[in-house]
Design a protein around this ligand. Structure first.
Ligand code: F6P
Length: 324
């Protein structure tokens, strides 16, 4: 292989830049040229790309976002879009492609492989951690630490005013972020889509707790955005009505996606970037490279979204034990 392409697609995630750096520099050591495709599949369709040498990726390791830019491309879901993308790869003599993103990115990769025989290795880059085939995705660790900083601040107000706070975090349809920040942030309750949310039981637990402590206390309830239609606001309204309490709702939103990656994310991104280049050379095409335990593992791309990554829902008991 003489020339490969790299793109980031879908939501940006901290650590994507560290991953691009690892790909470019490990490829250079193997005398492979790397082309950076801008704005994900949209850039691939348009042929929007830049040449990436080892020096070009200096000082990006510590930067959030993705310096190649990203997008969600509806055109990639059409045969016409796919044909254009394949043409670009052929015209530019790009023999292999590394795609960094989540399940939408991998679906696009599989479509390209099926239609044009493109040799692709995927790398999981999303704050949601919802990809089968890797214990952690690039960006998750930074996102939970960023969310935690805000949650710690909200707790100051919750405690000072003995106020109930409902804090909505991202995660799409999964509760990985909520579970992690709920435990780390000392939340009283964590509501995630993987388990049914029983408002009556939740109200009873809070009432019991307040009774035991001789009155209303400040409390944090972490709600995963995918838990209930209407999100944290809808849940807060129901709980507030039943308990006749004043409450506040905070949605942390996109602050969770930004910022300089943590050491953990930089290390994971560096390992997976190097392993993706090896994967292309070792013909592990059509796979995503991930880390399970401390092993580098290649998982067929289809499995990354058809198989469900387990979440340890038994951890939801921790807040009930630890916030007595
Ligand atoms: O997949 C990352 C993510 O931040 C999810 O947690 C969230 O549901 C979604 O992207 C938000 O997407 P957008 O940036 O398009 O609003």
């Amino acid at each position: 292989m003489k020339r490969i392409g790299v793109l980031t697609s879908g939501g940006d995630a901290p650590g994507m830049n560290a991953c691009i750096r690892a790909i470019v520099r490990s490829a250079a050591l193997r005398r492979i040229d790397v082309v950076g495709i801008r704005r994900g599949y949209a850039g691939l369709i348009k042929g929007d790309m830049i040449s990436l040498g080892p020096r070009r990726v200096g000082h990006i390791l510590e930067r959030g976002g993705t310096f190649l830019d990203s997008s969600r491309s509806p055109e990639m879901r059409t045969p016409e879009g796919l044909r254009k993308a394949i043409n670009t790869l052929q015209e530019k003599a790009i023999e292999g492609l590394i795609t960094i993103g989540g399940d939408g990115t991998f679906r696009g990769a599989v479509a390209l492989a099926e239609m044009g025989g493109v040799k692709i290795v995927g790398i999981p880059g999303t704050i949601d951690n919802d990809v089968f085939g890797s214990d952690y995705t690039i960006g998750f660790d930074t996102a939970i630490n960023t969310a935690l900083q805000s949650i710690d601040k909200i707790r100051d107000t919750a405690d000072s005013l003995e106020m109930l706070f409902f804090v909505e975090v991202m995660g799409r349809t999964r509760g990985f972020i909520a579970l992690a920040v709920g435990i780390a942030g000392g939340a009283s309750e964590i509501l995630i889509p993987e388990t049914e949310t029983n408002i009556i039981a939740l109200v009873q637990r809070l009432q019991k707790r307040f009774l035991k402590r001789g009155g209303q206390q400040g409390a944090l309830i972490i709600v995963a955005e995918g838990d209930t239609p209407g999100g944290a606001k809808a849940i807060a309204e129901k709980v507030g009505d039943l308990m006749k309490l004043d409450y506040r709702v905070v949605s942390l939103g996109h602050v969770q996606r930004g910022g300089s990656p943590t050491a953990r994310d930089r290390i994971l991104a560096s390992k997976l970037g190097v392993a993706a280049v090896s994967g292309l050379l070792e013909e592990k095409h059509g796979c995503m490279v991930g880390e399970i335990g401390s092993e580098i593992v290649y998982t067929p791309l289809e499995d990354t979204w058809t198989k469900v990554k387990e979440l340890d829902a038994s951890l939801l008991r921790l807040p009930h034990i630890l916030t007595i």
